[in-house]
Each structure stands twice: as C-alpha cells, then as structure tokens.
Write a protein that binds this ligand. Structure first.
Ligand code: SF4
Length: 218
C-alpha cells in the first residue's frame, strides 16, 4: 500500500533526527561563500580528499578572489592539471570566469540567490545549493550522489526521480529548519553505512524506518 504524505513526512523527520544524532558535525556553515563555491567547482567528480588537497593548494597560491580573477584561464588549467584534477580544462575556465564575474558584476560578493548563482560558469543546482547552505547558512538541500541514492533507498522519493525532483520532494517532506543538515548527514551515512555497493543494513540506525526489501534494486 502506498504511504500517505503525512506518514512519509513523519518518517522523513525521524530519519533526519536519527542521522543528525548519529553523525554530528561541529560546523555546517563555512561562512565563506566564495571558497565554498570554488571548492564545489573543484569537487565535481573528485573524491573529498582530492578536493580538500587541491583547494588548499589553490588558495595557498591564489589567496584572494582578485588573485584568481587576474590569472589567465590557461595558467589555472595548467595549475589544476599539475595537481591531477579531473576535468581540469573546464574547471580552470569556470574558476577564473566565475571569479571575474563575481568581482565585476557583484562587487566581489558571491550572490546569495539561487537564480543568480546558477548563472555562474560551472555552477549547477547542486553547487548553488551547497553555496547557499554551507556558504551562507540559508536553508537548502543540495542533492549529490549520496542524497539521491539514500533518499531513494529509504523510499522518500520515487526511484526514477531526477536530482531536481529529489530536491523538491525532500523539501516537501522535511521541515525547513532541518534542510541544512540533510546533505551532510546523508553524505556521512552514505560513506559509512549506506554505501553504493553492499549497504551495511545490519548495523544501520535507520533499518526500522527503511523499506529494505527495495535496497538491492536501487
Ligand atoms: S537499512 Fe540499508 S538501505 Fe536502508 S538506509 Fe540503512 S543501509 Fe541504507
């Protein structure tokens, strides 16, 4: 029998609360929207460890937005290539061009509106939401591979939902004051327990809230 909206909402809230308790983070908001944005560009199709290392190197060499905007696209591409970053050509261009636009059009301040953020080169829905949530602390639900997979396994969204549909559905189910925790909590859960292959259901704190019969089919 299909689960009705109010029961889905109550299950979704229980899930978020358990995940928040299981994976507490000291800090969700970086308070630095520009660095959050640049890191998000670097992170595309990279592991977190690579992203952290590359971002650290990049901000050591180019400490300010002006430094990055002044660099040529070729120089930035070469820099990323030397650090073995995937998609270095596109990312080099996006990093320099986005920085120039933020400087020239927004006076050096990253815009805090979704519609403006997604106009920047290299910034799609996920990165725009990451900048809003973790750069500014504005409620948003970035949907990455972990959020997408886990919310489908948990039966919170249909299996064939697009990332945009996943985001909209989760926003309907989860109260706004919890949105900020959803991505981080599901990322942590997805790395440790609800892994893409062989999820560790036997030790999962959500097992009583998860329609496990579905898990192998996702
Ligand atoms: S019970 Fe299994 S499939 Fe469900 S959330 Fe936990 S690990 Fe993932």
């Amino acid at each position: 029998m299909e689960e009705d909206l109010s029961s889905l909402r109550s299950r979704a809230l229980k899930i978020v609360k358990i995940l928040k308790r299981t994976y507490p983070r000291e800090r969700h908001v970086s308070g630095d929207p520009y660095r959050t944005l640049i890191k998000c560009i670097i992170s595309q199709r990279n592991r977190d460890e690579v992203t952290d290392r590359v971002a650290e190197e990049l901000f050591k060499r180019y400490p300010t937005i002006e430094d990055i905007a002044r660099a040529s696209v070729e120089e930035m591409q070469e820099f990323l290539r030397s650090l073995k970053v995937g998609l270095w050509r596109s990312k080099g261009r996006w990093i320099v061009e986005s920085s120039r636009i933020i400087l020239e059009k927004y006076g050096g301040r990253v815009p805090d509106k979704f519609e403006e953020l997604i106009k920047l080169p290299g910034i799609g829905r996920k990165c725009a939401n990451i900048v809003l949530a973790y750069g500014f602390g504005i409620p948003a639900i970035p949907v990455d591979t972990h959020v997408n997979r886990i919310s489908k396994r948990l039966g919170l969204v249909p299996k064939d939902a697009s990332p945009e549909d996943v985001e909209e559905r989760l926003k309907q189910l989860i109260p706004k004051d919890e949105w900020l925790y959803v991505n981080h909590a599901m990322v942590d859960h997805g790395k440790r327990i609800c892994r893409p292959i062989k999820p560790r259901c036997e030790v999962c704190p959500l097992k009583n809230l998860c329609p496990k019969v579905e898990i192998r089919k996702v």
